[in-house]
Design a protein around this ligand. Structure first.
Ligand code: NDP
Length: 252
């Protein structure tokens, strides 16, 4: 039997579903049958709720500004309260700050570590407290090529994403035997708002493109298959893995 990719009856909490990769992944999970709890800042406009409902699934916005720890700590219990369950957590939201290391602002360091790492940890912990006793769940973190490489002018981001990969493995080691899969997706260079500065720089943009064996930047839709795979029974024996979706970049 081919294992099932069907997510009907599942509830997925997705952070950063307002745009970019997160929006495409929320749509994919809904297309596979899941209802979506969109962990998002409450003052932002986004098409996510309309998009998910158009697919025929339920979507509710859960207040979860990653710069507000109290909101983050309350987010997973709120998902469970409203939906009655939590099967999948996608820690997708993330930020980037660029500057040479010697000029890198301390406030930018704190901001990036807070959003990309500390809050990812808190959401994982909250989800684990619900999933582990039930021996069932899928946690998917967004890592990066900078989980493996150092990048240029992005020291806080590289540090945060290196740590996300290690956190994924650390949690997987504890929870794999408890029926909870913890894995990560490492995007390559994807044409989203996060990369406007790179896309607008003709030299960097050309250098990056030349190194991508697939010959193009990635698009948010390139993540639909990977997230459904890691959220479904098809990946039940995949644990602590960091799955690159990068058009072949890491193979160069
Ligand atoms: P975008 O910049 O397009 O979107 C970022 C998302 O994160 C938005 O939904 C944004 O919400 C949310 N977010 C940012 N700050 C907060 C906050 N304080 N509280 C709640 N939500 C917040 O990013 P991408 O789609 O490009 O990236 C998604 C993930 O993939 C990130 O973790 C990123 O690091 C990772 N990644 C991306 C790569 C790329 O090339 N694009 C490469 C490697 C990794 P809002 O609309 O409210 O701002």
């Amino acid at each position: 039997m081919v294992p099932s990719f069907d997510l009907k009856g599942k509830v997925a909490a997705v952070s950063g579903g307002s745009r970019g990769i997160g929006l495409a992944m929320a749509q994919a999970l809904a297309e596979a049958g899941a209802d979506i709890a969109s962990l998002q800042r409450d003052d932002r406009q986004s098409s996510v709720k309309d998009d998910i409902e158009r697919i025929g699934r339920r979507c509710e916005a859960i207040p979860c500004d990653l710069e507000k720890p109290d909101q983050v700590k309350a987010a997973i219990p709120e998902v469970v309260k409203r939906f009655g369950q939590l099967d999948i957590l996608v820690n997708n939201a993330g930020i980037q700050r660029r500057s040479p290391a010697i000029d890198f602002a301390e406030s930018h360091w704190d901001e990036v570590i807070q959003v990309n790492l500390r809050m990812v940890w808190l959401l994982c912990q909250q989800a684990g407290r619900f999933m582990v006793p039930r021996k069932h769940g899928k946690v998917i973190n967004l890592a990066s090529l900078l989980s493996f490489q150092g990048g240029l002018n992005v020291p806080a981001y590289a540090a945060s994403k290196g740590a996300v990969a290690q956190l994924t493995k650390a949690l997987s080691n504890e929870w794999a035997g408890q029926g909870v899969n913890v894995n990560a997706i490492a995007p390559g260079y994807i044409a989203t708002d996060m990369n406007t500065a790179l896309i607008d720089d003709p030299v960097r943009s050309r250098q990056i493109l030349e190194r991508i064996p697939a010959g193009r930047w990635g698009a948010p839709e390139d993540f639909k298959g990977a997230v459904v795979f890691l959220a479904s029974d098809a990946s039940n024996y995949v644990n602590g893995h960091v799955l690159t979706v990068d058009g072949g970049w890491m193979g160069r």
